[in-house]
Design a binder for this molecule. Structure first.
Ligand code: NAD
Ligand code: SER
Length: 308
């Protein structure tokens, strides 16, 4: 059986569907702190910061693989550092403890937020000193370290990707800094305009969700002995400025974007512009399929359909 924590979030919404398709609906248990609404499949309410109840859910369901997506993202984390540390670090510790007890395989994502402002911001390498300035980034570095510790000292097969900002149409994200790129599409379709919370020249690494889900499944399927890293693979597909994205959307629909940077600009300013992912490409043959124009066609087609 496979458990997905944080399953009602931006990634979980799509990863659960992909896992159901790959392994069968009866093999996947989705879980989250929130109530599921009209979720189609097996769901159990679960707070990962509560070790006893998390342990019980794993025991009772014979869980052998966990996709651990429960987390607090960067913008919410900056506003509520204590909650961010509790969920991202203590919650992960609980997941790792149970993985050790039940001999589970794990997927625990990291983020481009692990990089601070003092690394090369263009083509940021896999191996650099990690000195993030954001609370979220600090918790993500701690997460990578904990995962490596469990891999090295307890033989837990734990894998993870430093996802770039993810763009998707099935779920409108909240709480992240890269959310502006998703909101721009949603608001363009719904209102024809968007006020962007970062400046027009803000350039960050981004990825379409279909590529991110495929990367996740491919990494989990890769032979262990082909992997030179575990919880912290750099992954890349595209980078663009907020204005380049707005221009791309405007080439399809009548759309006006204005820029009103807020506290999230300071977070974005400390993150890389582009990522070097040659280790993922070498070790498990990662290759992205979506660029900005192919992604924009998919986003607009699907959001238009949903708004009809
Ligand atoms: P999200 O915020 O959309 O979803 C997280 C889910 O976790 C939410 O549904 C929330 O209810 C749940 N949750 C929060 N606290 C919980 C708790 N104590 N117990 C159980 N569930 C809890 O996040 P996401 O975008 O789906 O991100 C998933 C993972 O991927 C996170 O580790 C995040 O850091 C990482 N990541 C995401 C992105 C991105 O652009 N979406 C980029 C880089 C890394
Ligand atoms: N997309 C995430 C965020 O903005 C990065 O990990 O918080």
């Amino acid at each position: 059986m496979i458990l997905v924590t944080g399953a009602l979030g931006q990634i979980g919404t799509e990863l659960v569907l992909a896992l159901q398709e790959k392994y069968g609906k009866d093999k996947i248990i989705a879980s989250d702190l929130k109530e599921p609404g009209n979720y189609n499949g097996e769901f159990v309410k679960c707070d990962v910061t509560d070790l006893n109840s998390y342990d019980k859910i794993n025991d009772e369901n014979g869980i052998k693989i966990v996709y651990h997506l429960a987390a607090i993202l960067s913008a919410t984390g900056e506003k509520n550092p204590e909650l961010c540390r509790k969920v991202n670090v203590n919650g992960l510790e609980n997941v790792l403890k149970v993985a050790k007890k039940c001999n589970q395989r794990l997927f625990c994502p990291s983020s481009i937020a692990v990089f601070g402002p003092d690394v090369p911001r263009e083509n940021t390498p896999q191996n650099v000193e990690l000195n993030p300035e954001t609370v979220y980034g600090i918790t993500k570095v701690k997460g990578e370290e904990l995962c490596d510790l469990y891999f090295n000292e307890h033989n837990i097969d734990v894998r993870g990707i430093r996802y770039p900002g993810l763009i998707s149409w099935k779920h409108r994200p909240t709480g992240g800094t890269t959310d502006y790129a998703v909101e721009m599409y949603f608001d363009a379709i719904e209102n024809g305009k968007y006020e962007c919370f970062v400046s027009e020249d803000t350039r960050l690494p981004m990825m379409f969700m279909d590529d991110a889900i495929r990367a996740t499944l491919e990494l989990m399927d890769a032979p262990l002995d082909s992997l030179n890293y575990h919880s912290n693979y750099n992954l890349s597909s595209m980078s663009f400025s907020a204005k380049e994205l707005a221009d791309e959307i405007s080439s399809h629909i009548d759309f006006e974007c204005t820029y009103q940077p807020d506290y999230r600009q300071d977070i974005a300013n400390t993150w890389p512009i582009s990522i070097n992912d040659e280790d993922a490409r070498n070790d498990w043959k990662w290759e992205p399929k979506f660029d900005i124009s192919k992604m924009t066609e998919e986003m607009i087609t699907n959001l238009r359909r949903l708004n009809e």
